[in-house]
Unconditional design. Structure first.
Length: 310
């Protein structure tokens, strides 16, 4: 007797694995249908990756907002990674790939854009910036928003051949997007505000995408990108394990100093510390008795206390 699911679950199952595989695996319980088993497994993993991708960078966002600091996060790494996500999203969408094979790129691109904006907002002032001028990231933030909008428009309106070339460029982009983060972690001997949850999810997601791409898309460009991203994420994961808990106290001191110097009060106090103030203390008028008997001492007294203080 064939197994029949209630209509809401049946429609969902058919929309995910297709009617053919639904009839074979669910209604007929044909466990020897290897092709449908692989396809259904790929679909299930793909849906799981999409759902996980929709929240993967949320802990990273919360870490930055809670600490009001982007210490340990490389701006260059996030810019390149976001650009790579955007290219893959546009390439897969415009080629009509199943959403379960690339859907997480949509959510990761959105989350990465917000993280990039937060890095710009909370980027600590450099030593070359005068302390008397508090940092004003509003201009850079507006410029980043305009560049993001222009890039998104360009990717979704580009010629298909140009988009295919851009997808090929995601291989070096994936490499160069992780190298700044890896180098920064190595130099600081710390991963700063980098989220362990995000790193672990990226490793698992790339490994899962290698399987789903081979089963459903079979595009060597997409598969090569996921393979390279998996290797680089493994390096970042190894650094997080090696540097776990290191550099926390120093990082808090750096963040506190950066926030103090970036505040208007901090800037003014530092400016006052650099100015020279002339203070002249007037001598007291001597009494008539002292003026008659000790004229030289009164003059010396006045000269002693009338001085310039820097």
């Amino acid at each position: 007797m064939p197994l029949t699911l209630p209509w809401p679950f049946k429609d969902i199952a058919i929309s995910i694995i297709g009617e053919k595989c639904y009839v074979s695996l669910v209604e007929n319980l044909n466990i020897e249908d290897v092709d449908c088993i692989k396809y259904s497994l790929s679909k299930g993993i793909g849906v799981g990756v999409v759902v996980g991708g929709s929240i993967m960078k949320v802990p990273q966002l919360l870490l930055i907002l809670r600490a009001q600091s982007a210490r340990g996060l490389s701006l260059a790494a996030y810019v390149l990674e976001t650009f790579s996500y955007g290219i893959s999203l546009a390439y897969s969408s415009r080629n009509g790939f199943p959403f379960s094979t690339y859907g997480e790129n949509l959510f990761l691109t959105i989350q990465n854009v917000f993280i990039t904006f937060l890095i710009i907002l909370y980027n600590p002032p450099t030593s070359s910036r005068p302390l008397s001028t508090p940092p004003n990231p509003t201009g850079r933030l507006l410029a980043a928003i305009l560049v993001t909008l222009a890039t998104g428009f360009g990717l979704f309106t580009a010629h298909p051949s140009a988009l295919a070339a851009a997808q090929l460029c995601t291989l070096p982009l994936s490499l160069f997007s992780k190298l700044p983060q890896i180098v920064q972690n190595h130099r600081a001997r710390s991963t700063g505000q980098l989220s362990a949850f995000a790193v672990i999810c990226q490793i698992g997601g790339c490994a899962a995408r290698l399987f789903t791409t081979a089963q459903e898309v079979n595009d060597p460009l997409v598969a090569a990108g996921f393979a390279l991203a998996l290797m680089l994420n493994l390096v970042v994961g190894a650094q997080m394990y090696a540097y776990w808990g290191k550099g926390v106290a120093v990082g808090h001191e750096i963040d506190a100093k950066a926030r103090y110097e970036s505040s208007p009060l901090g800037g003014k106090q530092a400016n006052y510390g650099q100015e020279k103030v002339d203070v002249v203390v007037q001598p007291q008028s001597p009494s008539p008795h002292q003026a008659v008997h000790q004229p030289s001492q009164s003059a010396a007294y006045g000269r002693k206390w009338a001085r310039k203080v820097d």
